[in-house]
Design a protein. Structure first.
Length: 598
């Protein structure tokens, strides 16, 4: 008897791929899974979800199903099984403290929590207290008692995607994290947009080094390659040496002697990596560690990242520092990193092109297929806004570039913030455009935008200038709220006042720094309190990337009549200009290395 799987664009694509072709590879164990196995396991897991919950297809639709599962085949099967159930997948980050996971479960109203064996203890800790309504809880192994024999999978019915999708939580940059609901139709549009622009194929082999509670790791590096029939190899958490060794492996030689050969032969046990997508911090770390590789790995690693083999190297989620871009271009023999722009609410919205002429330093390129973009300029004197039309990027009076907010529209844009109509309304204009909060300019650059990467990559290119709010920091590809960190700092007995700012960093794009006025009670004790003390105190309250990497104790923090801090002025007053900040970063890094060695 065949298993029925509701028809959708994604599952129709999975059904057309060669059943024996490789879908998923586990780097550590060398275990591979075919597209045929993936489709069957998704269909079986969908049936098992209905068994353990006592729900059927109509009553499970639209329900939120949270899961704590490590990167790999089980994650992919779980995600797709939830989508196949027309339910809402809620991937949780194992790196988050229990308090943050509880907020997500409470806010989403998740009715089911799944965990792998690896995270069972963490899931149990989350369920101990602080939940408004305790969800059903099952280990993935619980589902296997309902396993069925291998059977043929048939796609049935019409596409039913009104209730299903993925919910990802924002970083809480303007308050508590909000649930961003991306419908199945939206996800399909996002994946199809990237498939068209970046030309994924069944011959592609993507190395996955990203976390899986973000849009980048899910849509760019799972859903889109699966739609195309590509292979995905998981190597997580990111380790620079492990990545280099994997990249180099197909190009190293072995001393095995084969009759008829007079010397070493190629090592062909692994497929060359053709796609690697990462945040700027990862690219910077790869550059820093390349020279430390063993001699036999060094040359093979360099060969592996040439355009001939690594056809697509993508950087996103934060601005790419020019030293990193130039360093990678030189190391790879001209394989220029492709920059793009996106966010949780919209997936990927703009991108540079595949052709070298369309990879413009500092630019995020052009609107991707299916995406509409406009720049909205607000007159500072009148407060009245207007669209910066094509060809009107230069102010006729001053001769200066006109800056505007990036606003987006189209089928790739999210539907709503979960159960938060006020926040949803606030982020959309009356005529239906999503306000990103990012400011950009549009420039015509000679030699690019001629359509060589496709008709979508034509005309003036976009250059992001920064956020409207100084309270949003992008560090290592993560969007961080200064206000959230300030709340946690102010809960410490040592802190009377504080301000959290972003400092420029070649490795991280920005790094989080805290300016602190110590409390009177603590100053009376005359006990020292420094960076290490602060980081220890925040360890249980914040995700590691949110904890400040730098600290300055000050006698006062200047505020205006409204009690607000001008953070731009504060950074200059406390930390100095960019060059002084750079020297300070080098000193801090050297001091940490010295302490580790001692």
């Amino acid at each position: 008897m065949a298993i029925g799987l509701q028809r959708s664009a994604l599952f129709e694509a999975l059904g057309t791929h060669a059943p024996l072709s490789t879908a998923i590879v586990h780097h550590g164990s060398d275990v591979t899974y075919s597209y045929g196995s993936l489709l069957r396991d998704v269909a079986c897991t969908k049936e098992q979800l209905e068994q353990v919950t006592g729900r059927n297809e109509s009553t499970i639709a639209g329900e939120r199903i949270a899961f704590l599962v490590e990167n790999g085949y089980d994650y992919v099967v779980t995600l797709l099984a939830v989508l196949a159930s027309n339910a809402i997948a809620l991937p949780l980050a194992p790196s988050f403290p229990a308090s943050e996971i509880r907020h997500i479960i409470n806010d989403s109203g998740a009715f089911l929590l799944l965990s792998s064996a690896k995270y069972a203890q963490q899931a149990n800790a989350v369920l101990q207290d602080g939940l408004e309504a305790t969800p059903l809880f099952h280990h993935l192994d619980d589902l296997k008692q309902f396993a069925v024999e291998d059977q043929e999978v048939n796609l049935i019915g019409t596409t039913a995607t009104n209730n299903g999708g993925i919910m990802l939580y924002t970083s809480g940059t303007t308050g508590r994290p909000k649930g961003v609901l991306l419908s199945t139709n939206t996800l399909a549009a996002q994946a199809q947009s990237l498939l068209t622009a970046w030309e994924y194929t069944p011959e592609d082999h993507l190395l996955h080094v990203l976390p899986l509670h973000h849009i980048h790791g899910i849509v760019n590096a799972i859903l889109t390659p699966l739609l195309a029939g590509s292979s995905i190899e998981f190597l997580y958490p990111f380790d620079a040496h492990a990545v280099w060794e994997r990249l180099a492996l197909p190009f190293q030689t072995t001393q095995e002697i084969i009759p008829g050969n007079s010397g070493p032969v190629p090592h062909n046990e692994r497929t060359p990596i053709s796609i690697l997508t990462a945040v700027p911090t990862v690219w910077a770390r790869l550059l820093q560690t390349h020279s430390t590789l063993e001699p036999e790995t060094l040359a093979a690693a360099k060969q592996s990242i040439s355009r001939k083999h690594l056809r697509l190297n993508i950087s996103g989620s934060a601005a790419l520092p020019k030293p990193t871009l130039d360093g990678w271009t030189e190391l790879s023999g001209g394989n220029i990193l492709l920059e793009r722009y996106g966010m949780t609410e919209v997936g990927m919205a703009l991108s540079c092109g595949l052709d070298d002429s369309d990879r413009v330093p500092g630019s995020v390129g052009w609107p991707l297929p299916l995406v509409e973009v406009r720049l909205w300029e607000v007159n500072v004197d009148t407060g009245v806004g207007s669209v910066i039309s094509l060809g009107e990027e230069i102010d006729s009076g001053s001769g200066k570039e006109r800056h505007g907010e990036i606003q987006l529209r189209g089928p790739t844009i999210f539907r709503e913030y979960w159960r938060n109509p006020a926040a949803t309304k606030k982020e959309f204009t009356e005529d239906g455009w999503f306000r990103t909060g990012d400011i950009a300019v549009r420039r015509t650059v000679p030699g690019c935008g001629a359509g060589k990467s496709g008709t979508w990559a034509s005309g003036a290119a976009y250059f992001v200038q920064g956020r409207q709010s100084a309270d949003i920091i992008k560090t290592g590809g993560e969007k961080v709220s200064a206000l959230e960190i300030e709340r946690e700092l102010l809960s410490l007995p040592q802190v009377n006042e504080c301000a959290v700012v972003g400092l420029p960093s070649e490795s991280w794009g920005q790094k989080v720094a805290a300016v602190v006025l110590l409390s009177d009670d603590w100053r009376k004790t005359e006990k020292p309190w420094g960076l290490a003390d602060m980081r220890r105190a925040l360890k249980e309250q914040l995700v590691p990337y949110k904890i400040p990497q730098d600290l300055e104790i000050v006698p006062s923090i200047k505020r205006n009549a409204m009690g607000k801090v001008n953070k731009k002025e504060l950074v200059t007053a406390v930390f100095g200009d960019v060059e002084r900040i750079r020297r300070r970063s080098v000193h801090i890094r050297e001091e940490r290395d010295r302490l580790k060695r001692s």
